[in-house]
Design a protein around this ligand. Structure first.
Ligand code: BGC
Length: 271
């Protein structure tokens, strides 16, 4: 860490000390940063600032777990903790590693993180799944959640969460890895693909539309919810999409993973 993090604010200290189950804790492990914060589970908002530490490179399981431990220790949090990883987590095992060190495949994340943090409960889940849980509870209106809703995080890769009737999650859908034409979806329509190829919004929106059309064909969703950093600039590209299904930007933005992680821990979710 290059700079010492700011000390806890009085409201953060109070949330930690109170032991009130209204407060939870989420950590979002991403390709570039590991972010953690106290979450108010009644509102889906962060209590004070999050702490972000650069993802260690290489992003080996041990190095990342140590960073997670550092973040949790900073807050002095010992109650339930939710942690997201940018990978499939099924049966308590990390199964994939696309934008994170390959050493993650086959690891037991509970053992790994459990070696670094002391918590009364832990949930480890896919990052986009966490974002989906958070958007379903705190971002979308009840009537937007009828039928199938597909949330996508457009970042380094494409993460996906499929939600059914009121926000029930089908975990680990990995729609970013669906083959669309010559390559997988995330190589064509992630925010990174746009950046790497220096595509205009028009060009990129065309690529994204092609990918969304494929998802439309397979799942007949009622709504696409599009998140990730690039959703902040959705006024530049949302209207350029050419799909029949309505698409809206995600509302929780960069807190969705943290909030969803804390929600998963509260619910005792163990995908
Ligand atoms: C991974 C997903 C992850 C997404 C966003 C993809 O490359 O396979 O598990 O949700 O990136 O981080």
């Amino acid at each position: 860490m290059s700079q010492a993090p700011a000390p806890l604010s009085p409201e953060q200290r109070q949330a930690v000390d109170s032991g009130d189950p209204r407060f939870g804790f989420g950590v979002d492990v991403g390709g570039s940063g590991v972010k953690g914060a106290i979450v108010d589970l009644s509102t889906g908002t962060l209590v004070g600032d999050r702490l972000k530490i650069k993802t260690p490179q290489p992003s080996t399981p041990t190095a990342v777990a140590e960073t997670v431990g550092e973040i949790v220790a900073h807050f002095g949090w010992t109650a339930k903790i939710g942690i997201t990883v940018p990978a499939v987590v099924a049966g308590g095992v990390v199964r994939t590693a696309s934008n994170i060190d390959g050493g993650w495949i086959g690891t037991d994340p509970y053992e790994l993180f459990g070696g670094q943090v002391t918590a009364t409960g832990m949930s480890v889940l896919n990052d986009a799944d966490a974002a989906g849980l958070a958007e379903a509870r705190f971002g979308l209106e009840a009537d937007q959640l009828d039928g199938v809703v597909i949330l996508l995080t457009l970042g380094t890769g494409i993460g996906s969460a499929i939600l059914l009737d009121g926000g029930h999650l089908l975990p680990n859908t990995e729609l970013g890895h669906l083959q669309v034409g010559d390559s997988i979806a995330e190589h064509q329509a992630s925010a990174r693909a746009k950046e790497d190829h220096d595509w205009s919004y028009e060009k990129w929106a065309g690529k994204l539309s092609r990918v969304l059309a494929e998802y439309e064909k397979l799942f007949s969703p009622r709504l696409f919810v599009l998140g990730g950093g690039i959703s902040r600039k959705s006024d530049k590209w949302l209207s350029l999409l050419s799909v029949d299904t309505p698409a809206v930007p995600a509302t929780l933005r960069n807190t969705a993973g943290i909030v969803g992680a804390a929600m998963a821990a509260e619910a005792g979710l163990r995908p």
